[in-house]
Design a binder for this molecule. Structure first.
Ligand SMILES: [Zn+2]
Length: 88
């Protein structure tokens, strides 16, 4: 069960996770993009998650080497932490 979460940039980590993909694709509106950027500035967890997504996107777009297993593992672990409510 999730308790209260810290809000950064006016968004919770859950909020950021929901829009992160769109944000990285440049599909969010300006206000949302600003809030997400602000959150990522202050939140190490989401900033890491953002980096992981970007790595995957680069891997996919360049179609070079397969995704680094270390990156996949950190993504999986992050997802598990979020689902357990360990991310503040
Ligand atoms: Zn966060």
């Amino acid at each position: 069960m999730k308790l209260f979460k810290k809000m950064r940039g006016g968004l919770s980590c859950d909020d950021v996770m929901e829009v992160l993909q769109s944000y990285l694709d440049g599909e969010t509106d300006t206000e949302t993009a600003r809030k997400v950027a602000s959150h990522l500035d202050e939140c190490t967890d989401c900033d890491l998650e953002s980096s992981v997504y970007q790595n995957i996107r680069v891997s996919l777009s360049t179609n070079k080497a397969p995704i680094d297993p270390v990156v996949l593992d950190s993504l999986r672990q992050f997802g598990e932490r979020v689902s357990r409510g360990e991310i503040d």
